[in-house]
Design a protein around this ligand. Structure first.
Ligand code: NAP
Length: 290
């Protein structure tokens, strides 16, 4: 494994307060830790307060920064309003929102109950909308600049079997990102998205692909660069998109997946399986010397 370093200049997020939904675990936690190292104040939120408090303590100890842990189910608008009230009471204002919370079920679609389908849509699409609308209304009212960063996935545009509610919800989040990038730019509010490929986390892997399944469907094998992502690689991109260095990037979705989704898309990409000798033979049969 490589050990990627932080990329942005020290203090790149100085003075910014950033809310991260799902910030107590996985990728949200890694991106948050880097935001803190770059000088941001952090608000992390999810349903499990004990997990959030543990993460907040760990992060403060490592960076000397300030982290507010607030329990909030993004499906409940009252809890989302209260999250923003608490963030503003603690830090004065909110400058950035990272919509990262998500839920997912890997399952044949016909096995899903309506309730399961709705749960994923409620968390991913409607939850992100609750947080986005709450932040946007406050920013517009206060004439304050703001930045949205939404974590989607490449199957937001390719679609994918076995994760249909998640694909539908992430496609909605991507459409919201692009729509608001245009509509709210006049208020000095930018909206961008990141589509990560496989990055090892408890939530995405151990829970979704338990036991030997992770080995059997080793995600690294599907990636042209031959490995999964490192959290710092994602954190570098997220910090850039949250920072003022990306002031002219708006309405964009940036894929960080080692080429994974294109691997399946290119008609001849599976010719990778053809050995050199066979290419030699093919060339020879066309009358060209190997
Ligand atoms: P994770 O650790 O399970 O993160 C999901 C987070 O969402 C958890 O902290 C969870 O906390 C929170 N959450 C779930 N339901 C919530 C709700 N109703 N309200 C508020 N928070 C809620 O998994 P992860 O891999 O880091 O995923 C982070 C993001 O990256 C997700 O958007 C995921 O779709 C995306 N992503 C990940 C990968 C990957 O390979 N890891 C690839 C593509 C996209 P609580 O349980 O405490 O609520």
């Amino acid at each position: 494994m490589m050990h990627t370093e932080g990329m942005l200049k020290e203090g790149a997020l100085n003075g910014k307060t950033i809310i991260i939904t799902g910030g107590g675990t996985g990728l949200g936690k890694s991106m948050g830790l880097y935001f803190l190292k770059l000088g941001a104040n952090l608000v992390i939120t999810s349903r499990k307060l004990d997990v959030l408090q543990g993460t907040a303590q760990e992060m403060e100890k490592e960076t000397g920064g300030k982290v507010l842990a607030v329990s909030c189910d993004v499906r409940e608008i009252d809890q989302v309003e209260s999250l923003f009230d608490q963030a503003e009471a603690t830090f004065g204002k909110v400058d950035g929102v990272l919509n990262n919370a998500a839920g997912n079920f890997i399952s044949p679609t016909e096995r899903l109950s309506t309730n399961a389908f709705n749960t994923v849509i409620d968390i991913v699409l409607k939850g992100s909308a609750n947080v986005t609308m709450t932040a946007g209304k406050r920013w517009i009212q206060n004439k304050q600049k703001g930045t949205f960063l939404n974590i989607v996935t490449t199957y937001a545009w390719t679609g994918s079997g076995y994760v249909v509610p998640s694909a539908a919800a992430k496609a909605g989040v991507l459409a919201m990102t692009r729509s608001l990038a245009v509509e709210w730019a006049k208020y000095n509010i930018r909206s961008n998205a990141i589509a990560p490929g496989p990055f090892p986390t408890e939530g995405a892997w151990s829970r979704l692909l338990p036991g030997d399944l992770v080995k059997k469907f080793d995600p690294a094998k599907k990636v042209p660069v031959g490995r999964v992502g490192e959290h710092q690689e994602l954190a570098n991109l997220a910090a850039y998109l949250m920072s003022d260095y990306s002031s002219y990037v708006n309405g964009e979705v940036i894929t960080i997946d080692g080429g994974e989704w294109l691997q399946g898309a290119g008609e001849f990409n599976n010719l990778e399986a053809i050995p050199q000798e066979m290419w030699d033979m093919l060339e020879a049969s066309r009358g060209k010397k190997p």
